[in-house]
Design a protein around this ligand. Structure first.
Ligand code: KIV
Length: 266
């Protein structure tokens, strides 16, 4: 159990800010159900992010775009039931917050009331700043997400690294500053050069959470299934720390053989 979780108190946005100001790294991981929530928190995760990666990891979609608000609420409520003290963040799915600050507020209210989570995450930098401000002014803890924003895959045409040319680097800095000034409590930096993530981490007051963004962020996040080796393939920046796929497959194959041979039940 890590230092932040080694206390009875629930993790809050203030806990995470305090950790980053004290140069203590925090650990975020995605979770999609009560079981992954309980396992991740017991193993030391401070934050459980119910990512809309749910769509690809659990629901069999080929992008995050088809994921609905109802699906996010359903899975986030399960993650909340599985946690004790970890901070639970629900990803707002595509189409539920981009239209207007009012649309975003109505969607976030549903998520917060029906799932019991602590915060919401929305993709987008400078163009989403007024929405983040609207939500933050109304008491909602918003995590921003900049760099590679998977909900925009149809616009960019790939999941490649962002911020690799001069214009992209300038925009990333503007995005980070805009979401921070708008009142986001934290910002996810996905698939950007490590030196950019380091510069952003130095220049904004809120904790940065890196995924494929080098080691100089305040926190790191990985997709649960990638981390434990359940995914069929991982992005280059996401190492598997175990081979859960093989372990599960071996268990099922051995049980199956035992059923067929009559060794199970014994
Ligand atoms: O949907 C997700 O899992 C995410 C993380 C990869 C940051 O947004």
């Amino acid at each position: 159990m890590n230092e932040i979780m080694n206390t009875k108190k629930p993790v809050t946005a203030a806990t995470l800010l305090h950790a980053s100001q004290s140069n203590k790294k925090t650990v975020w991981i995605t979770a999609y159900d009560a079981s992954s929530s309980e396992i991740a928190e017991t193993a030391g995760a401070d934050v459980l992010l119910v990512g809309d990666s749910l769509g690809m990891v659990c629901l069999g979609f080929d992008s995050t775009i088809p994921v609905t608000l109802e699906q996010m609420i359903h899975h986030t409520a399960a993650v909340v039931r599985g946690r004790k003290r970890a901070w639970v963040v629900c990803d707002m799915p595509f189409g539920t917050y981009q239209q207007s600050p009012q649309q975003a507020f109505a969607s976030c209210v549903r998520v917060l009331q029906q799932s019991g989570c602590d915060a919401v995450k929305i993709e987008g930098g400078e163009p989403m700043a007024s929405t983040i401000c609207f939500l933050a002014d109304r008491g909602i803890a918003v995590v921003a997400h900049i760099g590679l924003t998977p909900q925009s895959v149809k616009k960019f045409g790939s999941y490649g690294k962002r911020g690799t040319d001069a214009a992209g680097r300038t925009q990333l800095i503007r995005d980070a500053q805009a979401v921070s000034e708008a009142g986001a409590v934290s910002v996810v930096l996905e698939n950007i050069p490590a030196d950019m993530a380091a510069e952003i981490t130095r220049s904004v007051d809120i904790p940065t959470v890196g995924i494929g963004a080098g080691g100089n962020c305040d926190a790191q996040v990985l997709v649960f299934n990638d981390l434990v080796g359940l995914s069929a393939s991982n992005p280059p920046f996401a190492p598997a720390y175990a081979d859960a796929r093989q372990l599960m497959s071996d268990a099922i194959a051995r049980w199956s053989a035992d059923v067929k041979s009559g060794r199970f039940p014994s």
